[in-house]
Design a protein around this ligand. Structure first.
Ligand code: SF4
Ligand code: SF4
Length: 123
């Protein structure tokens, strides 16, 4: 696994737990453009294959059972499109404020305990 120093003050354990939390991954227009490019698809083809309207019809989310792991999570608990992952994923857990995060994320627990320099998956 390739690791590098991150601007975020946490050490990702690459456990994949945050990619298995029930819920939706919301997509911005920039996310769609980047993810389609990463997969070698047109934006139209990406939208058709991988997205659906959010339950509130306020935008696109990744397609699939919201209770199931993300479709881009590999068996090794890595993100298949890490270089082009959505902003919502980039912001986790550094910009998330939820009491539930520390029950899910080992990096968030370590961040609170002040452990280590920050690293993250680079591929
Ligand atoms: S897109 Fe990647 S980082 Fe985001 S939830 Fe899916 S597997 Fe995890
Ligand atoms: S951000 Fe947290 S939950 Fe997600 S892979 Fe890293 S350690 Fe696991």
């Amino acid at each position: 696994m390739n690791m590098r120093v991150s601007a975020n003050d946490f050490v990702c354990q690459c456990c994949g737990a945050c990619c298995k939390v029930p819920g939706y991954v919301r997509l911005t227009e920039a996310d769609v453009e980047a993810m389609a490019g990463e997969l070698g698809l047109t934006e139209e083809a990406f939208i058709e294959a991988y997205t659906e309207l959010s339950p509130t019809r306020s935008g696109l989310v990744l397609k699939g059972d919201p209770a199931a792991p993300c479709c881009f999570l590999t068996a090794e608990n890595l993100c298949r499109i890490h270089a082009a992952r959505p902003q919502q994923c980039r912001d986790y857990p550094a910009r998330w404020r939820s009491e539930a995060i520390e029950s899910v994320c080992a990096a968030a627990r370590l961040r609170r305990s002040g452990v280590g320099a920050a690293t993250e998956q680079t591929d």
